[in-house]
Design a binder for this molecule. Structure first.
Ligand SMILES: [Zn+2]
Ligand SMILES: [Zn+2]
Length: 171
């Protein structure tokens, strides 16, 4: 068997490339971990889940990251917040999809009268002829005040002050 002597230059080059490879691997894993930490932070406020996700990627690296993709919460906190706002707005819309105060039946937003019992639901602006909600102080389309000039249906609501005359026993 011929005696093979490796020239020192080759070992040096090999050492340097191994070192570079190691440094690259460390940086790569660190990058994955940092990315995971940021991603999970945007998806949950639970610290235990955050730590577990980071550990998963730190220990198992790429397979861990794949597993993380499968297991992570589908929505980010911002998305959850946005959806909550959307649902709230929808709910408000449904609530505002007024019911007739007299017969309690569903009426459309732009009905001036209840089609079932003829209760007036909206008044009409004297100036621009658009429909106004009885609770509006002023026409939002032209600035006309419903009380003035026009004979708007009296929607003055007397706010009865309630007085509780309860005698509190002295202790
Ligand atoms: Zn009605
Ligand atoms: Zn108007």
């Amino acid at each position: 068997m011929p005696d093979i002597t490796i020239p020192p230059v080759v070992t040096q080059v090999l050492q340097i490339s191994f070192f570079a490879l190691g440094a690259y691997a460390v940086a790569f894993i660190l990058g994955l971990v940092v990315w995971t930490a940021r991603d999970i932070s945007s998806r949950t406020r639970d610290w235990l889940v955050r730590i577990l996700a980071v550990l998963l990627v730190l220990v198992f690296n790429l397979p861990g990251l794949l597993l993380y993709f499968v297991l992570r919460p589908r929505e980010t906190l911002a998305e959850v917040y946005g959806r909550a706002l959307e649902e709230e707005a929808l709910l408000q819309d449904i609530e505002e999809q007024a019911t007739c105060p007299t017969c309690k039946r569903r009426v459309a937003q732009d009905f001036a009268l209840c089609p079932h019992c003829r209760t007036p639901l909206k008044s009409r602006c004297a100036s621009c002829r658009r429909l106004l909600s009885p609770s509006w102080e002023v026409c939002p389309y032209c600035g006309q005040e419903p009380g003035k000039a026009a004979a708007a249906p009296a929607a003055a609501k007397g706010q009865a002050a309630r007085r509780d005359e309860a005698t509190t026993p002295a202790s």
